[in-house]
Ligand binder design. Structure first.
Ligand SMILES: NC(=O)c1ccc[n+]([C@@H]2O[C@H](COP(=O)([O-])OP(=O)(O)OC[C@H]3O[C@@H](n4cnc5c(N)ncnc54)[C@H](O)[C@@H]3O)[C@@H](O)[C@H]2O)c1
Length: 366
């Protein structure tokens, strides 16, 4: 018996381009509707993907009224995610929302309660979890090959000066702490879900200032988990980064009692070492699958993997992760990081959650 395809609605057609491509390459999805305030971009996307122009609308209400849409993929600017998630849920749609899930916690309780009340599935689109080297690292770690995890180090450095051309990037609403660091911070919480405290520093670089950024673009943080394990995250966004041969923009290092491993964004590398063995694995043969639009600027392959996973979860009745609770604690951690930079002292995630009536998201004993 063939399953009915899931109807995909895409909101925000910049990065949304990747999920359109993912939907069109899947036999489990049907791209049913596209929405953006920018009608010219809507026409461009329909032409690019050979879609009937009538699938495009500038009205979110029209997209939500469309019975052919089962799931909405949200790719609007960060500060609009909360409102858009809530509107989709209230219209009875499942949601995949890109990172950062939310850009602060002001509506987190409402998002969590609405997701629970409607029973609709919400998944945070943490794309990097679905990138081949990081997925391999996770699976390798799960076999116990690296032993007991001792510490995690992650970073995301990128020359994102081009991003400043987007109007919202130069407003008070845009913060690299959420927009960029949500990738390595998610790695940290993937391996150490019980991070309880953070310290760190940030600054706005000269290039960021000249480019019109309102908030900092240079970060170093250290974390402590309830288990006593420690971790660190760094990021910079407004200047050249070191050559790919030497470094990979985004990386996640696990150090365990039996071995260490490193997942690297470029060139789709995964390297590991134990006392007895070591190897460098590459997934370069998947380059064309992951990066479909030339260069390395879009994430279509990751989105392909996560919509297939989301479809599996819907079919099996399982909860896709990161779910809203996990996503909200990661946002709380990013808010704690922001506060640590402002106060110059350590900040507890639990204290941040408590201020928003969200303390039920961490275990009572922490
Ligand atoms: N790896 C990843 O997962 C990844 C990568 C890049 C961007 N993103 C995320 O995707 C989101 C969008 O980023 P982007 O780079 O595409 O930005 P963008 O500015 O290029 O695109 C956002 C689009 O949303 C549209 N829009 C704004 N408000 C709207 C509204 N109320 N209704 C309908 N459309 C609206 C804009 O017209 C624009 O076309 C951000 O949250 C960003 O963090 C995720």
């Amino acid at each position: 018996m063939t399953m009915k395809r899931l109807g995909l609605g895409v909101l925000g057609l910049g990065e949304g381009r990747s999920i359109i491509s993912a939907g069109l390459h899947s036999d489990r999805w049907q791209v049913a509707a596209l929405c953006d305030l920018n009608a010219e971009l809507g026409r461009e996307r329909c032409a690019e993907f050979g879609l009937d122009p009538t699938v495009f609308t500038t009205s979110l209400d029209a997209l939500l009224a469309n019975a052919a849409v089962d799931v909405v993929g949200i790719y609007t600017p960060d500060h609009l995610h909360a409102d858009h998630i809530l509107r989709c849920l209230r219209a009875g749609k499942h949601v995949v929302c890109t990172k950062p899930f939310l850009h602060d916690l002001s509506r987190a309780r409402e998002v969590l309660d609405t997701a629970r009340a409607t029973g609709k599935r919400v998944m945070v689109g943490q794309s990097s979890r679905f990138f081949a080297p990081f997925k391999r690292q996770r699976e390798h770690f799960a076999t116990g090959f690296l032993g007991e995890l001792n510490t995690v180090e992650a970073y995301y450095n990128a020359d994102h000066r081009w991003f400043l051309a987007k109007p919202w990037a130069r407003t008070d609403a845009f913060k690299w702490l959420y927009g960029g660091l949500s990738h390595p911070v998610d790695f940290i919480r993937w391996y150490l879900p019980d991070i309880e405290e953070v310290m760190g520093y940030s600054r706005l670089s000269e290039n960021g200032q000249a480019g019109g950024l309102a908030h900092d673009d240079t970060f170093h943080f250290i974390y402590k988990a309830k288990s006593g394990r420690i971790a660190r995250v760094s990021g910079t966004y407004s200047a050249p980064v070191t050559p790919t041969a030497r470094d990979s923009n985004m990386s996640c290092v696990l150090r365990g009692s039996l071995g260490a491993s490193q997942g690297d964004y470029y060139d789709l590398r995964y390297a590991w070492k134990t006392d007895a063995q070591s190897a460098v694995e590459t997934f370069e043969d998947e380059d064309a699958f992951f990066f479909r639009f030339g260069g390395h600027s879009h994430h279509a392959g990751e989105y392909q993997r996560y919509i297939e996973y989301f479809a599996d979860c819907l079919a099996q009745g399982t909860v896709p992760t990161p779910d809203p609770a996990e996503g909200i604690v990661t946002v709380a951690l990013m808010q704690a990081m922001e506060e640590a930079c402002t106060t110059g002292g350590p900040v507890k995630v639990r204290a941040v959650l408590a201020r928003y009536g969200l303390e039920d998201l961490v275990q009572a004993s922490s």
